[in-house]
Design a binder for this molecule. Structure first.
Ligand SMILES: C[S@@+](CC[C@H](N)C(=O)[O-])C[C@H]1O[C@@H](n2cnc3c(N)ncnc32)[C@H](O)[C@@H]1O
Length: 254
């Protein structure tokens, strides 16, 4: 299994998985107890994955989603990317224990060190709120660049202050500066600005015992301005408590 460091330029800072480096060993346990494992696994349902395809998990952390993806779809080549070397050590260890060959690279979402048109799918879970405003736009641009024409971005993240939830604890959570910038409308506008087509929210739900709102997004990389390719919408299973925004039958490009 080839590992590589693809971060470029000088050392950069980032917000680690649990906010503080010393909390990393507890990250997997906390996410399991708060329902994040289920939420991540539902992200895979919105993708139509085919043997031989390549998938990238941006901000993969300790590798849970990338490993799950490889376990469910062994014929897909999966690469996880994260700037945190300690999280990558855990991810590689977990992959070894799970008996899957997933590659984990060190790097940042806004300077992906992969050639253009490298991946059929880009996934990302609970990473976007770790980025600064300008990094968000650059990240979408980079994702569009590395996606093959017709490839898909599937990502989920905490929703910003536009949930309509007036409970005190939710209002407090949304007042956090990194979530203020995570309103759905802003995320969709940023994807569109980066040239991703058909950016949409597919689903909304809650985690952490109903207190924290999350949203699932999808967008497509249509690289030719003349392309009339329709989006390849995927039928995914609905779970109780889900608010499904887009739910259309599959249709494929001819
Ligand atoms: C909350 S964790 C989520 C990890 C994983 N996706 C999951 O679902 O468990 C956020 C991750 O984003 C990573 N991260 C922070 N800044 C980043 C950046 N600029 N580019 C890529 N990943 C970044 C962190 O190191 C961390 O592992």
């Amino acid at each position: 299994m080839k590992q590589s460091v693809i971060a470029r330029g000088p050392r950069r800072s980032y917000i680690p998985a649990a906010g503080y480096h010393w909390l990393l060993p507890l990250f997997d346990l906390v996410t399991k107890l708060t329902g994040a494992d289920q939420a991540r696994s539902a992200l895979l349902d919105q993708a139509e994955l085919r043997p031989g395809q390549r998938a990238l998990d941006v901000g993969c952390g300790t590798g849970t989603l990338a490993i799950l993806l490889k376990k469910q779809y062994p014929e897909i080549e999966v690469v996880g990317l994260d700037p945190d070397p300690k999280a990558l050590v855990l991810a590689r260890r977990k992959a070894r224990r799970a008996g899957v060959s997933t590659r984990f690279d060190q790097g940042f979402s806004d300077e992906l060190g992969y050639p253009e048109d490298s991946f059929d799918h880009v996934f990302s879970s609970f990473m976007f709120h770790h980025l600064k405003s300008d990094q968000k736009e650059d990240t979408f641009r980079e994702i569009r660049r590395v996606l093959k024409p017709g490839g898909y971005l599937h990502f989920l993240d905490f929703r910003g202050p536009d949930t309509g939830d007036t409970r005190l604890v939710t209002r407090w959570w949304h007042s956090h500066s990194i979530l203020k910038d995570n309103a759905e409308s802003r995320i969709l506008a940023r994807m569109a600005k980066a040239g991703l087509a058909d950016a949409r929210t597919l689903r909304r739900r809650t985690v952490v015992f109903g207190l924290v709102h999350i949203a699932y997004y999808q967008a497509c990389a249509l690289k030719s301005p003349f392309s009339k390719d329709p989006p390849n919408l995927v039928r995914f299973p609905v779970q109780s408590g889900d608010e499904v925004i887009q739910f259309k039958p599959n249709y494929r490009r001819s």
